[in-house]
Ligand binder design. Structure first.
Ligand SMILES: Nc1nc2c(ncn2[C@@H]2O[C@H](COP(=O)(O)OP(=O)(O)O)[C@@H](O)[C@H]2O)c(=O)[nH]1
Ligand SMILES: [Mg+2]
Length: 301
């Protein structure tokens, strides 16, 4: 059940009966669990539920009535909005302002395998191409079988250039060469795809740090799968601690997502979600307004 539906059922049950002190405790637990079930990070779920209960405790139990529902919604909404990153980045403005200072705009993409990194890079390359810029897709995963061919296939399908040096080379040196080529050949945006074998975390993080050092990206984006549930929280946290990033792309938002992952990753990272992926097609990418998303979430309750 998605976040909106499960909160609605919870609200329906509490707003139809009078509450006492012990109900409030039970309610706190239930509210927390509902949020967690829907992929909201535990810390954020717990603190949101606490703020709701605090607000409820302040008003006299006998006065609980039709206002209760509104109070819960208002309190939870305000708490969420004040704890997540709500700053808004317009991607094309970001690129344009970077390009006004230096060419090319370099963007590095990081994230676990299978989250949709390569697909998202192709989607973004297409956006840039449509804006009359020349993007270069770079394969800095020189280990995983198929990584090079996949990037190449996506680049060919969207009709943009790509750069690869096959397998076995140091990924940082591939990124370095790509930057040299882009300066020589006048590419305006260099999109660096990286490896995501999370199980060899240590080696991966060293590899990514080196790529970052060598290519000094203007912008680094973490790609997270909205279906990953609690893992999305873990990924947003780990990559922030070990590499750092400026924004997030949340993929697979088209599928039957519970919805809480968007809140979790925004809360943990305090970074904006610049895009959501809404399908496997190259046009399936949308801007994401988290404020509007939270409003919408609660408007349906
Ligand atoms: N439904 C859906 N599938 C996606 C989305 N983004 C990527 N995928 C699919 O997820 C799978 C893994 O994507 P890929 O780009 O290869 O992931 P990577 O390993 O991180 O590079 C592919 O089958 C993609 O088509 C999305 O927004 N929605
Ligand atoms: Mg890939």
């Amino acid at each position: 059940m998605n976040i909106s539906l499960s909160l609605k059922s919870l609200l329906d049950s509490i707003s139809t009966k009078p509450l006492n002190e012990s109900d409030l405790e039970k309610y706190l637990e239930e509210f927390t669990l509902k949020l967690v079930e829907n992929d909201v990070a535990y810390e954020l779920a717990r603190s949101t539920a606490s703020s709701v209960v605090k607000a409820l405790s302040k008003i006299r139990v006998s006065r609980f009535g039709s206002d209760l529902r509104e109070l819960v919604i208002k309190t939870a909404k305000e708490h969420l909005l004040s704890n997540i990153a709500t700053c808004d980045i317009d991607y094309m403005n970001l690129v344009a302002s970077s390009l006004s200072e230096k060419i090319p705009f370099v963007q590095m993409f990081i994230g676990v395998n299978g989250t949709g990194k390569t697909t998202s890079i192709a989607k973004i390359a297409l956006i840039l191409k449509k804006a009359n810029l020349r993007p270069l897709m770079v394969c800095a995963d020189t280990f995983r079988a198929g990584a090079v061919e996949q990037l190449k296939l996506h680049a060919e399908k969207v009709g943009v250039s790509y750069f690869e040096k096959g397998y076995g080379r140091d990924p940082a040196s591939v990124a370095f060469d790509a930057l040299e080529l882009s300066r020589r050949d006048g590419y305006q945006a260099v999109l660096i795809d990286t490896a995501g074998r999370f199980h060899t975390r240590r080696g991966l993080m060293e590899e990514l740090s080196k790529i970052k050092r060598v290519s000094s990206p203007d912008h680094t984006t973490l790609v997270v799968d909205a279906m990953a549930g609690n893992d999305s929280w873990e990924q947003a946290k780990t990559f922030m601690e070990l590499i750092g990033y400026d924004s997030i792309i949340l993929t697979k938002f088209d599928a039957d997502v519970k919805g809480g992952a968007a809140l979790s990753v925004s809360y943990i990272s305090k970074k904006p979600i610049i895009f959501i992926g809404t399908g496997q097609g190259y046009g399936d990418i949308r801007k994401f307004d988290i404020r509007a998303y939270v409003e919408e979430l609660f408007a349906r309750l």
